[in-house]
Write a protein that binds this ligand. Structure first.
Ligand SMILES: *Cc1c(COP(=O)(O)O)cnc(C)c1O
Length: 367
């Protein structure tokens, strides 16, 4: 059970079913389905969990990134620094607003955006940095914040893989000018469908976000802000998330335990394990590295162990972008994209299953 899939959402929701149904019934009986009391309660609860002033629910994590950029007044022609190994999410948002992604290499250790590689890429058109906390590991926010302050750049966190992570006493989502969250079902905190949210410090930014998610309205039927749209987190999803939020820390703790089991029990000369220590890691994905990644993936498949690759193509290598960015070469990102392999790591995976996977890995003869 469990090891033949990379995640198992049935196991995840089963113990919560009665609580979720109670919450669903509450929404049904309220007769109010969009922008109501469930959303404002969840926004408050999530803001207070993250230790930020404002949280604004939106339709999904990609919208959260795009609306965060817009709310911080990044626009056409502005350059935004971002890593290229994080699944196109930030890049899609940057392109959607007509801004220009400038791809920065990642640190070899954590595969998050490398502050040292970033500095030389800052130019007169640079306006913002998007720091993706990849695989549940927070980017080097102390260094990035310092750079952003020095160069007057907007700093946006992509927290879609890092709900609940803490660096230097502050949660992911409390660092930048704004932070984007996704509640896609497989995330550390997932809805029963799509969902997203932006956190921010500044009341004016929060106001713009609330307006942008609803056609740019400042009051009913009066659009004050350009580029408004419909991007809302509905009452049912907000109610589901309110049930789940109190469990987030426990789930993250279990994810970390699983990651530690892998490090301790799946040692192999051809495998490099990630660093799993620290509160700034919430083990969203357990990603190891091997020069023989494809061989290892085949071997695990034969043993009924499911794996995945997050992410096989760098953003500038994507079909739609590779011509435009043909001069971009990021050595660490390119090298590691060929080495990474994701193992099952979700809170409901039990020790027996993890040990089974570890046993199979230790027995791998490299072929
Ligand atoms: C999942 C994810 C997103 C996008 O979230 P959606 O809700 O699917 O739009 C953005 N960034 C990262 C790093 C993600 O993992």
């Amino acid at each position: 059970m469990g090891i033949d899939r990379i995640n198992d959402l049935k196991l995840h929701t089963a113990p919560l079913q009665s609580q979720l149904l109670v919450a669903l019934q509450r929404v049904l009986e309220s007769g109010w389905f969009v922008l109501g009391t469930e959303l404002s309660a969840f926004e408050q609860e999530f803001a207070s969990y993250c230790g930020v002033n404002h949280a604004v629910g939106v339709a999904n994590g990609t919208d959260a990134l795009e609306l965060a950029l817009r709310a911080l007044e990044i626009g056409a022609g502005d350059e935004v620094l971002t890593a290229a190994n994080a699944g196109m999410y930030a890049t899609s948002a940057i392109l959607a607003i007509g801004a220009i992604p400038v791809f920065v290499d990642v640190e070899a250790k954590h595969l998050t955006i490398d502050p040292d590689a970033l500095i030389p890429l800052i130019g007169p058109k640079t306006r913002a940095i998007i720091a993706t906390h990849l695989y549940g590991r927070m980017a080097d926010m102390l260094a990035l914040q310092k750079i952003a302050d020095q160069h007057h750049l907007v700093l946006i966190e992509d927290c879609a893989q890092a709900h609940g992570a803490i660096c230097d006493g502050m949660r992911a989502g409390a660092w930048g000018n704004a932070a984007a969250f996704s509640f896609y079902p497989t995330k550390n905190l997932g809805a029963l469908g799509d969902g997203g949210l932006v956190t921010c410090k500044d009341e004016a930014v929060a106001q713009r976000l609330r307006s942008l998610r609803q056609y740019g309205w400042d009051s009913k039927y009066s659009a004050k802000f350009a580029h408004g749209r419909n991007s809302r987190l509905d009452e049912v999803q907000a109610a589901m998330l309110r049930v789940k939020l109190p469990f987030l820390d426990t789930w993250n703790k279990r994810r970390r335990e699983i990651a530690c089991l892998y490090v301790n029990h799946a040692q192999h000369p051809l495998i490099q394990h990630p660093e799993v220590q620290g509160e700034d890691y919430v083990a969203h994905l357990y990603v190891l590295r091997s020069n023989y990644r494809d061989t290892l993936a085949d071997y695990l498949r034969v043993h009924n162990i499911s794996t995945d690759i997050h992410f096989p193509l760098l953003d500038y290598q994507q079909h739609t972008l590779r011509h435009r960015f043909s001069d971009v070469h990021l050595p660490v990102s390119e090298k590691t994209a060929a080495e990474i392999l994701t193992l099952p790591c979700y809170p409901e995976l039990n020790d027996i299953s993890v040990h089974q996977i570890c046993d199979v890995i230790r027995a791998w003869n490299g072929q």
